[in-house]
Design a protein around this ligand. Structure first.
Ligand code: SF4
Length: 197
């Protein structure tokens, strides 16, 4: 395994800090052979210093995104350390792509630590109700997952300037319930294409 901790796609740099995730979503790119074009499986998780070394000079990128094959906020201390250093050195905008479940998994607040460091958070809402979420995401948190996710979305607005939730346009997808829920939550909605190969 190559242990790719940072990779670029167009004008964004993506950071891959863990493969751990409490979910097994049916549409996860981890189960998709093509993935993102990089082998993102890690045989160990990087330190703050290793991520910064892999990232290098990020001043040319439009954005740095914590992403990877897993849930970055399970390692929120690393996210904070890396984000703080990148902000101080380069002033680059920082985004986190998250499933919104790390606070529930770890049983502690994480969002207050991200205030002032993270500009955008993109949270996988995935479904407009708990039953559909369970069908799609098979979370190890079981029925606790969806309410914890909604709580995390609401709380994110207190600490992060821009909050986006995303859903995947699975076959026969009706966008209306997700639009309504996003409006109720007061956040932006992004509909992502469904990729099967
Ligand atoms: S939450 Fe994200 S990383 Fe985890 S299984 Fe679902 S799509 Fe994959």
């Amino acid at each position: 395994m190559g242990n790719i901790f940072a990779y670029s796609i167009e004008d964004r740099l993506y950071l891959n800090i863990t493969n751990r995730c409490p979910n097994r979503c049916v549409f996860c790119i981890r189960h998709n052979e093509r993935g993102v074009g990089y082998d993102l499986w890690l045989d160990r998780e990087p330190s703050v210093e290793e991520v910064l070394a892999a990232a290098g000079d990020v001043s040319a990128y439009r954005e740095v995104v914590f992403c990877g094959y897993g849930e970055p906020l399970l390692r929120w201390e690393v996210v904070v350390g890396v984000a703080r250093a990148l902000k101080e050195r380069f002033g680059v905008p920082i985004r986190i792509n998250t499933n919104g479940l790390a606070e529930a998994v770890l049983g502690q607040p994480i969002l207050p630590h991200l205030a002032g460091l993270v500009d955008v958070i993109s949270i996988s809402l995935n479904a407009a109700d708990a039953a559909m979420y369970d069908r799609l995401c098979h979370s190890e948190l079981g029925p606790e997952a969806y309410p914890a996710l909604l709580r995390f979305i609401r709380d994110s607005k207190l600490y992060i300037p821009r909050v986006i939730v995303s859903v995947v346009a699975i076959p026969n997808f009706d966008p209306e319930p997700a639009r309504r829920l996003a409006r109720e939550l007061g956040v932006e909605l992004r509909i992502r294409p469904y990729q099967t190969e």
